[in-house]
Ligand binder design. Structure first.
Ligand code: SAM
Length: 362
């Protein structure tokens, strides 16, 4: 175990970024958006090689000494919480490849002011980790699932075993997370014929399916323009596959957190199955959601990215390691003060960011 809980608490107490010493402030960007949600990448390493995510030559992993320790992640999280952040998500890379993830989860969930802790995972190690993560206080889970076909799954993930993810999902369902969402990157010619099946799979198990438009990250290296499946096409395919149904907007549905980029819809009419037939769409390419953005991203090496679509980043590790509590808070405030409005992902190779998803906690 990297650190014992008691040790960690003791280590943090004297040097903590004491929220009480700071004037209560909220993180509000120049567009008046309130940033109350932080995605924390706990590693830039991944056990999958998803074709749309990882550039061909890989992304050079960060030097171990540059990766934040659990104590450092917790100290930075405290600083964000002192600035009004209430929801945290652990992501990566693949967060479950970081040893003792449940220990970190417990430390973060116990921070006063944290209302919710979530984890995004590819599900490969979930069969073993679902129960410990739930026991550590993780409230919500997002699991990537691009196809229900084992051969296609191996192809898109580079090495994944679908049966492991399905076992992980069953384990997660059994331990009672507040919500489990399935994230599917929609890829024309790959899974456009499976959108309805993925919805039906999710609905039958009480999960919420979500579809993400593919983004040209890593300067477009992993992006094939002809593969873009738009939000409008996704909606049309799901309605067409459910005869007699139509869509209603459902952002405020109970149990579904509508805040943030995802827009939720519900199928009504047609044969009712009993379960609510909701799905989410994240459409960075064709239907921008910048006005709803409530988030920032902390990389595994302590760089704060105010926007996924731009390469701007502010280093928090330097001030943290220099012991400057106030400097860390000021750096966060300064980063959010430069959070941009709008992006031009559509201009592949011109407007896409150079950074890869795996490096920043997508
Ligand atoms: N490994 C974890 C997982 O699978 O959820 C966390 C990190 S992963 C980068 C987060 C999400 O980003 C996954 O759902 C993944 O499919 C998605 N993603 C990665 N590259 C993408 C891209 N180019 N466009 C859209 N979504 C992408």
């Amino acid at each position: 175990m990297a650190i014992a809980l008691a040790e960690a608490a003791a280590a943090l107490a004297p040097r903590a970024l004491a929220p009480r010493a700071l004037a209560p402030r909220a993180l509000i960007d120049p567009q008046r958006r309130v940033i109350d949600y932080l995605r924390i990448s706990v590693t830039d390493r991944c056990n999958y090689r998803c074709t749309y995510c990882m550039p061909e030559d890989g992304a050079a992993p960060a030097a171990r000494a540059d990766v934040l320790s659990f104590e450092e992640i917790v100290a930075l999280a405290r600083a964000f919480v002192s600035l009004g952040v209430r929801r945290l998500r652990l992501t990566g890379g693949e967060p479950t490849v970081r040893r003792d993830l449940p220990t970190l989860a417990r430390l973060l969930r116990d921070l006063p002011g944290v209302d919710e802790l979530a984890v995004s995972t590819n599900g490969d190690r979930l069969a073993a980790l679902a129960a410990p993560l739930r026991a550590a206080g993780v409230d919500r889970l997002n699991v990537s699932l691009d196809t229900l076909d084992a051969a296609k799954f191996r192809r898109i993930t580079g090495r994944g075993d679908l049966s492991r993810v399905l076992a992980g999902l069953a384990a997660a369902r059994a331990v009672g997370f507040a919500s489990i969402k399935l994230n599917t990157v929609a890829v024309k010619g790959f899974n456009d014929d499976e959108l309805a099946a993925l919805c039906d799979f999710a609905w039958a198990r009480g999960f919420v399916p979500r579809f993400i438009e593919q983004m040209p990250m890593a300067a477009g290296q992993t992006f094939v323009p002809g593969q873009l499946l738009s939000a409008a096409e996704i909606r049309a395919a799901i309605v067409a596959a459910h005869a007699g149904s139509r869509l209603v907007a459902d952002d405020d549905a109970a149990g579904v957190r509508g805040a943030g980029p995802a827009r939720y819809h519900r199928l009504v009419g047609g044969p009712e199955t009993g379960a609510p037939r909701r799905f989410g769409l994240i459409s960075p390419m064709t239907e921008h959601f910048c006005d709803r953005c409530n988030r920032a991203r902390l990389s595994a090496t302590g760089a704060l990215h105010a926007c996924l679509a731009h390469d701007d980043a502010v280093d928090l590790r330097g001030p943290l390691r220099a012991g400057g509590q106030r400097a860390v808070v000021e750096a966060i405030v300064a980063a959010i003060a430069t959070k941009r409005d709008g992006h031009d992902f559509e201009l592949v190779g011109l407007g896409g960011p150079r950074k890869a998803m795996v490096q920043i906690g997508g």
